[in-house]
Design a protein around this ligand. Structure first.
Ligand code: K1U
Ligand code: ZN
Length: 173
């Protein structure tokens, strides 16, 4: 298993639309394993393939996480995920993003969703999610469509954060 580099905004790759996975094979399963390692090490509760530079419609989530005392991790890999239903009522969470380091903001999204996807064996699955899991899956599917949580904010807030990220990158180089 390997830790993969995480691309950060405003890298143009993060604004691209990812392509469907054609076949769930060992290469995809290895990528999923590396993405879980990268997500847990970050640490984070979700990761989309595009964040590690791979333009495939694939994401991993675990809102419980590794190392939480008395709790079993709940890793989930979703390949070619499609949201098939959203609730009428919304939920607001303060979101973060490994591609937007050190910035957090409230985002409003549907509180519950149904999502269909392929699992690591290529089997079709469907999942009803609520709470943080619903928010996290929507955040990660946004990544597959080239959307960052910043795109849900006002232009003023978004540009303020983007300017800070550009400054941070310049200082680090
Ligand atoms: O970059 C990402 O897509 C991962 C992101 C997912 C996410 C967080 C919050 C709301 C929606 C989606 C993160 O994991 S940011 C880090 C984070 O939230 C966290 C890290 C350690 C423990 C608990 C949370
Ligand atoms: Zn993110």
């Amino acid at each position: 298993m390997a830790l993969l580099p995480i691309y950060t905004a405003p890298d143009p790759l993060l604004k691209t639309v990812s392509k469907p996975v054609e076949e769930v094979n060992d290469e995809i399963r290895r990528l999923i394993g590396d993405m879980f390692d990268t997500m847990y090490a970050a640490p984070g509760i979700g990761l989309a393939a595009i964040q590690v530079g791979v333009q495939k419609r694939l994401l991993v989530v675990d809102v419980v996480g590794r190392g939480q005392e008395g709790k079993e991790p709940e890793p989930l890999a979703l390949i070619n995920p499609e949201i098939t239903w959203v609730s009428d009522h919304d939920a607001t969470y303060e979101e973060g993003c490994l591609s937007v380091p050190e910035h957090y903001a409230d985002v409003v999204r549907p509180a519950e969703i149904e999502v269909e996807y392929l699992d690591e064996n290529g089997k079709k699955q469907s999942l009803h999610a609520d709470g943080l899991l619903a928010t996290c899956i929507q955040h990660e599917i946004d990544h597959l469509d080239g959307i960052l949580f910043l795109d849900h904010l006002s232009a003023l807030k978004r540009n303020m954060i983007l300017r800070k990220l550009i400054k941070q990158k310049k200082l680090a180089s």
